[in-house]
Every structure is written in C-alpha cells, then in structure tokens.
Design a protein. Sequence first.
Length: 280
Amino acid sequence: MSDNLLNYILNKIRDLPPLPESTHKILQIAGNNASSAKDLAKVLEKDLSLTTKVLKLVNSSFYGFSREISTISQAVVYLGFNTIKSLVLTASSYDTLNKDVVSYELEKGMLWKHSIACASCSRLIAKEIKYSDPEEAYIAGLIHDIGKLMIDQYANNLFKLILEKVTTDAISFDKAEKEVLGFDHPEIGSKIAQKWNFPLSLVESISYHHQPENATNHKELTYIVHLANTITAMAGIGIGNDSLQYNFQPNTLDILQLKEENVQNYIIQLSEIINKDIVS
C-alpha cells in the first residue's frame, strides 16, 4: 500500500498550482550577476498579477518605506535582487500555502503564517551566523512544509492512525508518518521542489528539516531551517496537531554557533514580524 500511495501522490503533484512561468525566469535573472534591474522588471511586469502582489509586499509595513514604491525597478534598487527573488517566491506561493490543512488541524491562513514566520526566522539566523545566502535560507523556510498539502489531500483517511501512533508509541510525528504511510511530509515536499526545478540546496533542506543530521551537501542550511521551524513552533505561530511532536536535534545550537539567548531574541522578533501586514 505504501508504494502505491506514494506513487499516487507523486502523480498528483502536477495538480498543485504551478509557479508562474515568469517566476522561473526571474529566478534565473536574479542569479545572473550580469543582469540589471531593467532586465528583472521587464520579465516581472509581463505578469501583472505577480507584479501587483510583489509591490504589495514591498509596500507593506514590514519594510517601512517612507514613500510608496510604484515600480519593480525601484524595488530592486531599494531591496536588491536577492530580496526581490524572495518576494517573488513569497507572492507566487501565497495561493498554494494559504489553505486549510484539515488533517494537521491548520485553519486557512495558519500554514501561510507559519511558513512566513519560519522563512523570516531562517533569514534572521542566516544573517546572525553569516551564512552565504540569507535569502536562500528565507526561501527554504518558506516552502519547508509544502508536503503537508499533498498528504492532507490524498492521505487524510490515514491520519487518525498517525495520531494514535504518536501517542501510543511515543514517537515523533514524522516517524509516525513514515510507519503508517511509508513516507513523511518532508519527503513529499522535496519531490514537489524537484518538480518545480528548485536547486538541490532547497530540495535537501526540505527533505531533512526534521532530521538535519542526515543532510549531506547542505547541512548548514538544513540546520538553519530545522532551528527556525522549532522556534516558530515555540512562538506558537501556525501550530497544528503535529507542531510540538518532533525531535529537536540537541546539538543544533552548537553546530550553528548560537546560544539560547539568540533563540529568545528570535521569538521576540517573530512576534513583531507576524503582526506586520506581509502575512495577511
């Protein structure tokens, strides 16, 4: 049953709303050092809906500009290519993540808030430890739980068994998912990331965000998302029936060279971020 269910879900991945084609072009342009703000604006402004969403995010209270930013070219000048890349993915993923996820007891908006908070916390951690690409960390945090959507949609009839196993066997939620389903939501999420042609760094960080010690090529990024996800749950942002049922790797802070005081600061900062209109 496990293999059949896994193959069924993988075949259904194509039913997820695709990222706009312009998104992929924008990610390529943003990653090219020879590209200009004009190049980015030219592609993005062909997608009016995406442009509108990005400018709404740029002008949110989160960034706090004293005057309205009315064009993509202006936004690139003020925020830079990498931040615009993150905003493009944030805008593109809104419709996908802003849904009820009934099996995990997440009402509409809760997964979105959790994802934005985890993304923001990942960026905070990345900047603190001087990770090479804080915006990559943001994106990894944003999409880390994308696999929950597919499990909720196509395996919800087995969810009662997962919850029972967590309680009766005293095991972590992802382990219970694997024992009942044959796979867990991080594995499904990584398959979605592959389908969307995301880089290996994002695929791996999604796949192992609950077990960062198993990451191979992108261990630091995976530990960043692991810690950010845990902090977001500790802050009570977008938590469902699974959020406090995962194992936290005890050496995470040592690996990232952080202290408990850092964690407390991130929780405070997240409470401020979640009240900004970027998450609404």
